[in-house]
Design a protein around this ligand. Structure first.
Ligand code: HEM
Ligand code: CU
Length: 604
């Protein structure tokens, strides 16, 4: 096959210079690591922004002289100013969702894992792959640049609803800030589109001998379906972003109605801000699955390996990912129950939304069943995978409530929603990413991470996030609105109670933030000083563990690996060891089994 010839020759052109090898690399593993590191740096920026917000929410009115020194323009007098609070909410949400979680999950793990786990030498289009990373980096730079322009970054929320985003006079950040936000998002989408095309083509065309679709590890299934989701939904936001840029700069009125701002009639009429909401959420609901599916795949892989048990219900897991992906296109209206939509339409969106609970529950029960009776090794990766299930279930349960318009309408735009989405797609997705880094670090860098530091990182983070986000449900019941700088002017809010809760939440947020430094220290220290890792330190079955740690350019020696079985043969009765790698022939070896790339099936 043509692609194999191409892939075979690739290995002989190993790039030599430092620049082509580590900087302008076309090697998917290096690109994956570039994505991961950039995304974690962006995540760190977003976390610092959350500290600033929590400082204001927990200690409103207090002055901090050091804050003014740190941020002379955003904290005059040592108090965060209101405009900067809105900018911080917006940039925190935008960076966390797109530039951290999505970039790390898809760009990072797809690149590192797909070629290795399907037995390929690289991605189908290595140059496009390199371009994808550099366009992502450009998007990051444009977004960060918005901190330094007149008016500061966009402040309309990560959802960028018009007119806050379309009318330049609306907020401080509605000028330059909003324009740069839209350009950054457009670049980001161009980059994910290049990535998605690559991941899909590679999974379909570059699987090695015997690697049938039914033998793909669940990580690859999750990353593959995530790529399809991204390819189908991101272009809608791209179109919307371009239309909004036209509204802002070329006088169109797609989203801008007749408005009078400060006694001035702005030069727009006839547009509809609700159109933006539809276009935005048509992407943004699938987007929350784009953010979480890679972590679901990672969790499945890590659970099975460290519980020494086959994943429970492999086919059900694949079907559940596919069902979640399909349904995710039919639920966007649940973000718009209060937009004045026809109640019948609301009922339709409620029904599709509640249907998603079914595949989500299937996955959760299958994970628990995988753990059941397992010979569990509580490694750091395993702890984070279990933490993923916990936070995903906690946040998922409140999603069932919010999916019902009668419950959602009073809770809309309160801290109940903030609690819900942080658990279900914020924290849980991050837990999946941490599980992935702790699990594959030895393969990425050829060294082990420190388990003791890792476990401390896990427990502080796990307990801490419940202290941060669990009380927010209650704040929501009390009617505390989200995206507010201060609440002291509202009589209906019990001030003392809300203040005390906010202090607890803020202190927990600082502790959790500090705990992330343990991860940074562990990562950097292990990179240079960690004990050397052998090929297969976790005794896992998937193909990447058959390659050297770290794998060379081209991944495999002269011969591509051949696959004989599914990836979850753990603790097979009668086997000499509690794992059987995918490359071990089935006994008795059946001639031609798997050799044609079609015939094999999961030996469940
Ligand atoms: C421990 C870490 C975190 C803390 C302390 C934190 C804190 C906050 C705070 C204070 C807000 C603003 C609330 C408001 O005024 O409405 C917020 C909003 C938000 N956060 Fe986080 N967050 C954390 C992690 C995350 C993660 C991991 C994600 C990833 C998805 C995330 C996504 C968001 C989003 C999307 C918003 C909404 C932004 C908006 O309203 O436009 N956060 N967070
Ligand atoms: Cu949604």
């Amino acid at each position: 096959m043509a692609h194999e010839v191409h892939a075979q020759t690739e290995v002989h052109h190993e790039p030599q210079s430092f620049w082509t090898r580590y900087i302008f690399s076309q090697d998917a593993k290096i690109i994956g690591i570039q994505y991961l590191i950039t995304a974690f740096v962006m995540g760190f920026v977003a976390m610092v922004l959350s500290w600033l917000m929590r400082l204001q929410l927990g200690f409103p009115g207090k002055t901090f002289p050091w804050l003014e020194k740190l941020l002379p323009h955003a904290a005059q007098g040592g108090i965060l100013n209101q405009d900067f609070y809105l900018a911080a909410v917006t940039m925190h949400g935008t960076i966390m969702i797109f530039f951290f979680i999505t970039a790390a999950g898809t760009g990072g793990f797809s690149n590192f894992l797909i070629p290795l786990q399907i037995g390929a030498r690289d991605m189908a289009f290595p140059f496009l792959n390199m371009l994808s990373y550099w366009v992502y980096l450009a998007a990051c730079i444009v977004l960060i640049a918005s901190f330094f322009v007149p008016g500061g970054p966009a402040g309309g929320g990560w959802t960028m609803y018009p007119p806050l985003s379309s009318v330049k006079e609306a907020l401080m950040g509605s000028g330059w800030g909003a324009t740069l936000w839209l350009i950054a998002l457009a670049l980001f989408i161009a980059s994910t589109t290049m990535g998605s095309l690559n991941y899909i083509t590679t999974v379909l065309n570059l699987r090695t001998k015997g690697m049938t679709m039914g033998r793909l590890p669940l990580t690859v299934w999750a990353l593959f379906i995530t790529a399809i989701l991204g390819l189908l939904s991101f272009p809608v936001l791209f179109a919307a972003a371009v239309m909004l840029l036209l509204d802002r700069h070329l006088g169109t009125s797609f989203f801008t109605p007749y408005l009078v701002v400060s006694d001035k009639h702005i030069p727009h009429e006839g547009g509809n801000p609700i159109l933006w909401q539809h276009l935005f959420w048509f992407l943004a609901h699938p987007e929350v699955y784009i953010a979480i599916l890679p972590s679901m795949g990672i969790t499945s892989e890590v659970l099975s390996t460290h519980a020494r048990k086959p994943i429970f219900g492999y086919k059900g897991m694949v079907a559940a990912i596919a069902a979640i992906a399909l349904l995710s296109f039919l639920v966007w209206g649940h973000h718009m129950f209060v937009s004045g939509m026809n109640p019948w339409l609301g009922t339709a969106f409620m029904t599709t939304t509640l249907l998603i609970a079914v595949p989500s529950a299937i996955k959760t029960f299958n994970w628990l069943a995988t753990l059941w009776g397992g010979n569990i090794r509580f490694t750091t990766a395993m702890l984070f995978a279990i933490g993923f299930i916990s936070t995903f279930a906690t946040g998922g349960l409140t999603g069932i409530f919010l999916g019902n318009p009668p419950v959602d309408i009073p809770l809309h735009d309160t801290y109940f929603v903030v609690a819900h989405f942080h658990f279900v797609m914020g924290v849980s997705a991050v837990f999946g990413l941490f599980a992935g880094v702790y699990h594959w670090f030895p393969k990425m860098f050829g060294r082990m991470m420190n388990e003791r530091l890792g476990k401390l990182h896990f427990w502080l983070t796990f307990i801490g996030v419940y202290f941060i986000f669990f009380p927010m449900h209650y704040l929501g019941f009390l009617g505390v609105p989200r995206r507010y700088y201060a609440f002291d002017q509202y009589d209906f809010i019990p001030q003392a109670l809300v203040h005390n809760i906010n202090v607890v939440v803020s202190v927990a947020a600082f502790i959790v933030g500090a705990a992330q430094l343990l991860f940074v220290i562990n990562f950097i220290w292990s990179l240079f000083k960690g004990p050397k890792a052998d090929r297969n330190p976790w005794k896992a079955n998937t193909l990447e563990w058959q390659a050297p740690s770290p794998p060379p350019h081209g991944n495999w020696g002269d011969e591509l690996p051949v696959v004989y079985r599914w990836p979850y043969d753990y603790s097979v009765p009668g086997a000499p060891e509690d794992f059987i790698p995918q490359t071990v022939p089935t006994v008795p070896a059946r001639r031609g089994d798997g050799g044609d790339g079609k015939g094999g099936q999961a030996s469940q």
